[in-house]
Design a protein around this ligand. Structure first.
Ligand SMILES: [Ca+2]
Ligand SMILES: [Ca+2]
Length: 328
């Protein structure tokens, strides 16, 4: 992740851009330190390989898009915000957001207490917020806040500073919620997508997950499907996969590669709502230059950054992500 980066190499989950998670953001609400903003982005508006727009349908109606929260540091989710979307005959989508807790949150499923329903899935410039008790919710198409010279990355990290995402869109779930809804202390966050297993007994399979940007650069090989289906608590088994790529890309010695790989796993975004956000130490702001954090790690210091900085269409208030671009 960003799964944007993996797209050129390995494509979308099941070949379906709607199932692709791109980026996760978590930061204290500006001007209100008792609340937090969580943003889960999915379904990029454009694929890189082949370079063409993706489907105009925002979300897959059969899928569960979930923001997962670990409140006690064991890398097992204790809270899940579960988004399901339905499509009307006219093509417009509405969403239902549920909150699962405890043992239910640790399992795969779409159950949970309804936080908000009939949320209009926005596709235009206006961002209509849905008020739901002490939560405020937005679902819909927005300007993609991610910034990265993707084509430079594909040309052996020869960066020109061309921001591939400057005119791209994505689909955002934005939550404005009280810190108390996250538990009593620091949390671990990640995202996942479930789809029906199709088996006789019903049930679900996990086809996508992630938290930190830039993880799936490590997953060009056979481990990708296993990684996307896995739970963070089991991520130690991917240390060797990550280390192999670090040794290759950064020239790390084997033990150094393993040491660095362990800093990238489990794939969880740590967030303490009582402290300012700054990736990679605490949460992630929309303006954090995660690529410039990552490139020196990947290359063992040889490449410092991609010469691209944050977008200027971000909003100072809810939903914080900018209005969608007309051109897709
Ligand atoms: Ca837990
Ligand atoms: Ca950058």
């Amino acid at each position: 992740m960003s799964h944007h980066y993996s797209g050129p190499h390995v494509g979308f989950p099941r070949g379906d851009a709607r199932l692709d998670l791109t980026d996760l953001f978590a930061f204290p609400k500006p001007g209100d330190p008792g609340r937090s903003i969580l943003i889960m982005n999915a379904h990029p508006s454009s694929g890189v390989n082949p370079p063409q727009p993706t489907t105009t349908e925002p979300y897959a109606p059969e899928a569960v898009y979930e923001l997962r929260i670990d409140t006690n540091g064991d890398a097992v989710a204790d809270i899940g915000y579960r988004l399901r979307v339905s499509t009307s005959p006219g093509g417009a989508q509405t969403a239902t957001l549920r909150r699962s807790e405890g043992a239910q949150a640790a399992q795969m499923g779409d159950e949970g207490r309804v936080i908000a329903e009939r949320i209009p899935v926005s596709t235009g410039r206006e961002a209509r917020a849905t008020e739901a008790g002490d939560h405020r919710v937005f679902v819909g198409r927005r300007s993609d806040p991610f910034f990265f010279d993707v084509l430079g990355a594909l040309h052996d990290l020869q960066f020109t500073g061309a921001d591939y995402f400057a005119d791209k869109n994505v689909h955002s779930l934005v939550l404005d919620l009280p810190n108390a809804a996250l538990g009593a202390g620091p949390v671990g966050l990640w995202m996942r997508v479930l789809v029906p297993s199709g088996g006789a007994g019903g049930g679900w399979v996990q086809v996508e997950r992630g938290a930190r940007p830039t993880q799936t650069v490590f997953l060009a090989g056979d481990a990708r499907d296993a990684y996307l289906a896995a739970e963070p608590k089991d991520d130690a088994r991917f240390v060797d996969v990550f280390a192999h790529e670090l040794a290759h890309a950064g020239g790390y010695a084997p033990e150094d590669a393993k040491r660095v790989a362990r800093t990238l796993l489990p794939d969880i975004l740590k967030y303490d709502p009582t402290r300012p956000a700054s990736y990679p130490t605490n949460g992630r702001l929309l303006t954090d230059d995660v690529i410039d954090v990552f490139l020196p790690i990947l290359t063992n210091g040889k490449v410092k950054g991609d010469k691209v900085g944050p977008h200027r269409d971000l909003l100072a208030a809810f939903p914080y992500v900018g209005p969608p671009h007309e051109a897709r």
